[in-house]
Design a protein around this ligand. Structure first.
Ligand SMILES: Cc1cc2nc3c(=O)[nH]c(=O)nc-3n(C[C@H](O)[C@H](O)[C@H](O)COP(=O)(O)O)c2cc1C
Length: 250
């Protein structure tokens, strides 16, 4: 292995560190707040560059980005959404169907640009370091690119809405994506009127955020709870967030 000079492993300066957490905690899935203004190329370039610097199994970089501005192409994806959305409503218990139908779950036509992030399952050949035993690792890598893009977009004041309610084959066809390349995420991207302070599904009473301390296991699945100091800290951080007083120096 070639030796390379290491960069210092110091925490980032405080303001930058706060900024990372701010981006994470105030990022939202955006559907109904898009403005028609185009996203400047300089901003689009930065968030795509952030996505391209995501981790990937075997440094495979399996992603590509289909930028969709054409109203005709977006209309085809939107039609696929409408069909799947109607089907989906019937899958929920009757008492939830009305709420489901009332939710705004996409901004395909309103957002000035849609971005489909794909995964080329053969990009680095058949045998890929790190993916030899769990083949889906390439798909997870593309999802890492999605999250980088999403957080960078938040830092830039843009909104992103992930749309997954459609037959993926229709999207594949509408975007002319070859077989073997999987559409992983279809994202609506653009400037927005503002961010909801909480997930919309939470505000709508659909589902609440789970208590993090109940999702932690020690060494073995099911070994939970107790008087561990970490759990106390987690509860404290969640409370601070809920009360809008989360800082790294609290
Ligand atoms: C894989 C994935 C698929 C999603 N698909 C949709 C979707 O089809 N429509 C939608 O409105 N939101 C979709 N979302 C957004 C989630 O509903 C949202 O992330 C969640 O409710 C939490 O809200 P937040 O992202 O604003 O924190 C998706 C999110 C993920 C990660």
């Amino acid at each position: 292995m070639m030796e390379s000079t290491l960069l210092p492993a110091e925490p980032l300066p405080e303001a930058q560190r706060e900024g990372v957490y701010q981006a994470i905690f105030t990022r939202r899935d955006t559907r109904g707040e898009f403005l028609p203004d185009p996203v400047p190329d300089a901003v689009l370039s930065r968030i795509l560059t952030a996505a391209h610097h995501a981790p990937s199994v075997g440094f495979m970089q399996p992603w590509s980005f289909v930028l969709v501005r054409s109203p005709e192409v977006r209309r085809r994806v939107h039609d696929a959404f409408l069909k799947a959305h109607a089907e989906a409503a019937l899958m929920f218990p009757e008492d939830k169907r009305e709420i489901y139908r009332s939710l705004k779950l996409e901004g395909i036509m309103e957002a000035p640009i849609n971005i489909c992030i794909t995964c080329d399952r053969e990009r680095a050949g058949r045998v890929v370091i790190g993916r030899t035993h769990i083949r889906t690792m390439d798909l997870y890598s593309s999802v890492c690119a999605v999250q980088n893009l999403w957080l960078a977009a938040r830092a830039e004041g843009l909104g992103i809405g992930w749309v997954s309610i459609f037959d993926n084959a229709v999207v594949q066809q509408a975007l002319n994506i070859p077989a073997g390349i999987v559409p992983v995420a279809y994202l609506c991207v653009g400037k927005i009127r503002g961010y909801h302070p909480r997930p919309e599904l939470e505000s709508a009473g659909w589902r609440a955020r789970l208590p993090l301390d109940q999702l932690i296991h020690f060494d073995q699945w099911g070994a939970q709870g107790g008087e561990d100091g970490l759990l106390e800290q987690l509860r404290d951080d969640e409370a601070a967030l809920a009360e809008d007083r989360f800082t790294i120096t609290r």
